[in-house]
Design a protein around this ligand. Structure first.
Ligand code: BES
Ligand code: MN
Ligand code: ZN
Length: 498
């Protein structure tokens, strides 16, 4: 894809279409639309009148007109709602909507006129990211009927902006968008292809290409470290477990000495439930139970290329959860790396078992702040659906930062509580703790307070993405399938803490 930023004269751009944001109840008498209306010979005024186009968020209308050679001959009007509600994330929705609308009609080159008054670099970044992520599709394994249309030429026009700021924004947006798609590709892979060994291979290859340090801990190493909790999950599988450790070190750090952020992910490449076997219906969805891990790898890719000035470490616990003659049984007791004993009462509550050792390892590696991501509980889907990621943790400032950064990038988080009352519910009769809480009560919180048992002094937040990792419905700006959720929030958080 060719991309370019211009600072005016979009009607002269050498593309097929102009995609413009239209505010709610904006009249064609507004100077901007008046000019466009003139170009189209009054067709835009007609749309407002005849089709009752009001500029509500998500409304679209396409106008075709006669234009000079090499000039755009279509205008796509995209409603963005009230001007005062039009924030940077909405520019992403706008760009993605334009891409998907135009590609469906075989239009592969366009100029986007977002008309946002926000920082031009940010506008460029979010527009570019969305142009890339909106084209993502899940048809990799189709041999026919593949959707092969892609944007060939993307031009962004921000009137009067600084050209350098726009250009670097486009570059950053490309990094973020491609990193999100990198993660989404892993999530979409079936489990016969993306097992822990393959996941580790992809992380290693990415690390080599981007200059990150990468270490893969194998089963023997994990045994030596005493990761009995993680190993109790992988023991039933023919696929060996891998702990993927990625390290980013800035040339010159501006962070406080001794501070280290760790992002930690659940990488269950397939979750059958183990001996506590899941029902057949919908089990195929458990190929994306590695989304937390995939998110860590994609975020580390973006970090390596964006080069923030603070160090970050990424830890992924990659395993497969299978039933077999060697598998962990309900009632088994295992010992985690930090010495705590766990009664495994349900082998389907495996995410917390692998994260227990992963967060303990991150802290042992020097992490002072830990954010873990996991498709941990079905309960979070009941509570929040696919619109909010649950956030829980031991540090309110960290949680507030995540919620705030989420707002700024257009990802929603909702905090759930933790506390001694909930922690009591995971006490075991025969071991230190058990891996499930009270039956049918606060399942998402039970998962979080379990992981908390393995955090020592670090500030910690847990993001349960079971509801937000995968989109069941097509949106105007985003296809079905893996969403790449949390990556932008984490990157924002890192950007702000430099
Ligand atoms: N991977 C699942 C959670 C999940 C469900 C993710 C649906 C995405 C969509 C997790 O390992 C699991 O099985 N959790 C159990 C925990 C229970 C046994 C305490 C659940 O939520 O039912
Ligand atoms: Mn499970
Ligand atoms: Zn799982």
């Amino acid at each position: 894809m060719k991309s370019q930023a211009i600072t005016g004269n979009f009607q002269e751009a050498n593309v097929d279409a102009i995609a413009v944001a239209v505010f709610k109840d904006e009249k064609t008498t507004a100077p901007f639309l008046k000019e466009l209306d003139k170009t189209t010979g009054g067709l835009i005024a007609g749309i407002f009148k005849d089709e009752d186009f009001k500029g509500d968020a998500g409304e679209t209308a396409l106008v075709r007109f006669a234009a000079g050679k090499g000039k755009p001959s279509r205008v796509l009007l995209i409603g963005v709602g009230k001007k005062e509600d039009y924030k940077v994330p909405a520019v992403g929705v706008l760009a993605g909507t334009a891409v998907r609308f135009l590609l469906k009609r075989n239009i592969t080159s366009f100029v986007l006129v977002p008309r946002s008054e926000a920082d031009a670099g940010e506008v460029a970044q979010v527009a570019m990211q969305s142009v890339i992520t909106s084209q993502y599709g899940v048809d990799k394994y189709k041999t026919k009927d593949k959707n092969e249309k892609v944007v060939e030429n993307f031009v962004l026009c921000v009137d009067g902006a600084d050209a350098g700021a726009l250009k670097s924004g486009l570059n950053r947006g490309e990094i973020v968008g491609e990193s999100m798609n990198f993660t989404r590709d892993m999530c979409n892979e079936p489990a016969n292809i993306l097992h822990p060994t393959e996941m580790a291979k992809r992380a290693e290859k990415m690390a080599k290409e981007t200059g990150l340090k990468c270490e893969i801990l194998d089963e023997a190493k994990m045994k030596k470290l005493g990761m009995g909790s993680l190993l109790s999950v992988s023991i039933g599988s023919e696929q060996p477990p891998k702990m993927i450790v990625l390290k980013y070190e800035p040339k010159k750090s501006t962070g406080k000495k001794g501070e280290l952020l760790a992002i930690v992910g659940k990488g269950v490449c397939f979750d059958t439930g183990g001996i506590s076997l899941k029902p057949a219906e919908g089990m195929d969805a458990m190929k994306h139970d590695m989304t937390g891990g995939g998110t860590v790898i994609g975020t580390m890719r973006a970090i390596a290329l964006l080069k923030p000035s603070i160090p970050v470490i990424g830890v992924v616990a990659a395993v497969e959860n299978m039933p077999s003659g060697k598998a962990t049984r309900p009632g088994d007791v295992v010992t985690a790396m930090n010495g705590k004993t766990i009664e495994v009462l349900n082998t389907d509550a495996e995410g917390r078992l692998i994260l227990a050792d992963a967060v303990a390892y991150a802290e042992k590696e020097g992490a002072t702040t830990i954010v873990d991501m996991a498709t941990l509980t079905g309960a979070v889907i009941i509570a929040l659906g696919d619109l909010n990621t649950a956030v829980l943790g031991n540090d309110q400032d960290l949680i507030n930062t995540i919620i705030e950064c989420g707002k700024e990038v257009g990802e929603d988080y909702w905090q759930l509580p933790v506390g001694p009352g909930y922690s009591r519910q995971i006490k075991s009769d025969i071991a230190d703790i058990k891996n499930i809480g009270a039956p049918r009560k606060a399942g998402t919180i039970a998962g979080a307070v379990f992981i908390q048992e393995f955090v020592d002094k670090a500030k910690w937040a847990h993001l349960d993405i079971a509801g937000t990792a995968w989109a069941d419905d097509i949106k105007p700006h985003q296809g079905k399938g893996p969403t790449g959720v949390c990556i932008r929030t984490l990157l924002r958080m890192i950007e702000k803490s430099q």
